[in-house]
Design a protein around this ligand. Structure first.
Ligand SMILES: O=C(O)C(=O)C[C@]1(C(=O)O)C=C[C@@H](O)C=C1
Length: 260
């Protein structure tokens, strides 16, 4: 994975990639939070020409088809939400170094990400209401979904590094298909606590309005969480309840096929 150090896989390099992606996650949420919920964008059958699909499903399917034609979804961490019938790339693509097991490309938790995003997360960081800008809204949803999916599926590399570092610990559990013990072995509670604190701080920092208008001529920033563009505690909860658990599900799924 180029984002985590090419063929030189290390836990530090993969964790660095996860840390960088936190910025993208926070900014994607900030952008989506500028619009209210806009429930009409999610109502099935709203677009007559879209085969009874909601606008958001129509948009994501079409955007993924275009992305695929341009050569996207060739890497194991770039997983489409609607993989059925995706077109092949129209242009030559350069294959990236194969550092993962070939079955890595089959590991996906995108259905769970989709459900989590629309059923749980969206109501937490958007306000009730309708500003009519449905096209912008679904484009911003797609950006959120894509970055969350990429972050979570990088779990494949995390799992590969952990396996390479301790095959003697992982192999017996993989052979026994012992998902619970694999989950325990790959969990680092102290790291998770740091991740939660850091994303909360990033949301607090990136979500401030910076102006030049205070009396002393110093940059002015907002201070309370309620003034932040996205609630920092929601971002921490997102990581705690969904992003890290789903990343660990990816790690376990990947490990279970690692010896096949
Ligand atoms: O950094 C790791 O070791 C990971 O497996 C990644 C991650 C995460 O999703 O951020 C997941 C599980 C660990 O308990 C800690 C962090």
């Amino acid at each position: 994975m180029d984002a985590a150090g090419g063929e030189q896989l290390s836990l530090a390099a993969v964790r660095d990639a996860l840390v960088r992606l936190e910025d993208s996650v926070v900014f994607a949420l900030i952008e989506r939070a500028r619009h209210p919920r806009n429930a009409a964008a999610y109502a099935p059958g709203a677009g007559g020409g879209a085969g009874g699909r909601s606008l958001v499903e129509f948009f994501v399917r079409e955007a993924e088809a275009l992305n695929a034609k341009a050569g996207h979804y060739q890497k194991p961490e770039d997983v489409p939400f609607f993989p059925q019938d995706l077109p092949s790339p129209f242009f030559p693509t350069r294959s990236s170094p194969k550092v993962l097991h070939p079955l890595a490309s089959l590991v996906t938790v995108n259905d769970a990400i989709w459900k989590m995003y629309f059923d749980e997360l969206l109501p937490l960081f958007t306000v009730d209401g309708d500003d009519g800008s449905y096209a912008e809204t679904v484009a911003l949803d797609f950006a959120c979904l894509q970055v969350l999916s990429r972050r979570i599926h990088i779990g494949k590399y995390v799992a590969e590094v952990k396996f390479q570092d301790a095959p003697q610990d992982y192999s017996p559990l993989i052979q026994a298909k012992d998902s619970n013990s694999l989950m325990d072995l790959l969990t680092f509670k102290a790291v998770e606590e740091k991740v939660k604190k850091r994303v909360e701080k990033k949301a607090r920092t990136f979500g401030q309005d910076v102006t030049l208008e205070d009396n002393a001529g110093k940059p002015q920033v907002t201070s309370s969480d309620s003034e932040c563009k996205v609630d920092p505690t929601v971002v921490s909860k997102l990581y705690d309840q969904w992003v890290m658990p789903l990343t660990k599900d990816v790690e376990v799924e990947y490990l279970l096929c690692r010896l096949d």
